[in-house]
Design a protein around this ligand. Structure first.
Ligand SMILES: [Zn+2]
Ligand SMILES: [Zn+2]
Length: 307
């Protein structure tokens, strides 16, 4: 793949898990790495999140580009560890020919840059962030809509503990929405800072309004990569944990007229057979809706082309 060829928009999945990497015999088909997605579109190389999957992406990029410089943009959804833990092992950061722009919204008062610096500080890691030879630049977008080259990016706060955004990436060939961590509004469990001040009636009203806005944000996406960590049964005992369930994921995709739903942020306790079952259940629910919605489970190494 060449970042310069603008013929189609391509996506490759490098990490699929929530919470913690789970390598082992039970996860060989879907993969055990935490969140990381690569997108090539309109001459740009865009990486979504820096979970442990970014390590292998880095190795593949070094092999592909050889002595040529790698220019990429890394979009971070939030700083929960499963979305940043791979960054210290991303080899393009260790070569001064490469330029890495890191975009994100402050996860705490100290900001994204301080947090990434923190996870590489002594005694956690032997190389400090500022000692990395790669040209690394942090950018906090002034607005929730911004551009990377010709690619338009829309960001939106998700329903998840702390500050967490989802991204919609609009390319000349189609759009991809990436919402790795999001609890459905349907359970009326809001995670915003002041949500505890709302009455039950106000909470329900806010949740319904937020759901409508989220559908607008996602409307007609070609691909939606969405948090569907739990089965519906499991979700009943995880309400308020900040993650999604199967039925809610499908209903959101249907309401937003999404073309393809990719079930993402697999629970670390779910092995390949369990994810197979969840995908089949999801496909059955989607089929009953008589829509054209395609559903699949995120699998490391899978590639999707649009346009
Ligand atoms: Zn996560
Ligand atoms: Zn999270």
């Amino acid at each position: 793949m060449s970042a310069a060829s603008g013929s189609s928009t391509r996506l490759k999945i490098w990490g699929v898990r929530g919470s913690i990497p789970v390598p082992g015999l039970g996860t060989v088909r879907y993969g055990g790495n935490t969140s990381c997605i690569e997108i090539r579109a309109d001459g740009e190389l865009i990486v979504l999140d820096a979970g442990s999957g970014i390590r292998e992406l880095g190795l593949a990029l070094e092999k592909e580009f050889g002595s040529r410089p790698i220019n990429l943009s890394l979009l971070i959804t939030h700083v929960h560890w499963d979305h940043i833990q791979g960054f210290p092992f991303f080899v393009p950061s260790y070569n001064d020919k490469n330029q890495i722009r890191i975009f994100g919204f402050n996860g705490t008062d100290s900001g994204l840059q301080e947090i990434l610096k923190g996870q590489m500080a002594t005694p956690f890691f032997p190389v400090a962030l500022y000692d990395l030879p790669g040209r690394i630049q942090f950018e906090t977008p002034a607005s929730m809509d911004f551009k990377i080259g010709k690619v338009r990016i829309h960001a939106r706060r998700m329903n998840h503990p702390g500050i967490c955004v989802g991204y919609r990436i609009l390319t000349s060939k189609g759009s991809i929405a990436y919402l790795p961590d999001h609890e459905p509004y349907e359970a009326f469990k809001l995670h915003s800072a002041k949500s505890h001040l709302l009455s039950p009636e106000q909470t329900q009203k806010r949740a319904r309004e937020d759901r409508v806005e989220l559908v607008k944000f996602l409307k007609d996406s070609d691909i939606l990569i969405l948090d569907s960590q739990y089965t519906d049964e499991e979700y009943q005992s995880h309400v308020g944990w900040g993650h999604g369930s199967l039925t809610a994921a499908i209903s959101l995709a249907l309401d937003a007229s999404v073309r393809k739903l990719v079930l993402f942020h697999h629970d670390p306790t779910h092995d390949d057979d369990m994810i197979d079952k969840m995908v089949k259940t999801a496909q059955k629910i989607a089929a009953k809706s008589e829509s054209y919605l395609e559903v699949e489970g995120a699998r490391e190494g899978a590639e999707v082309t649009i346009g």
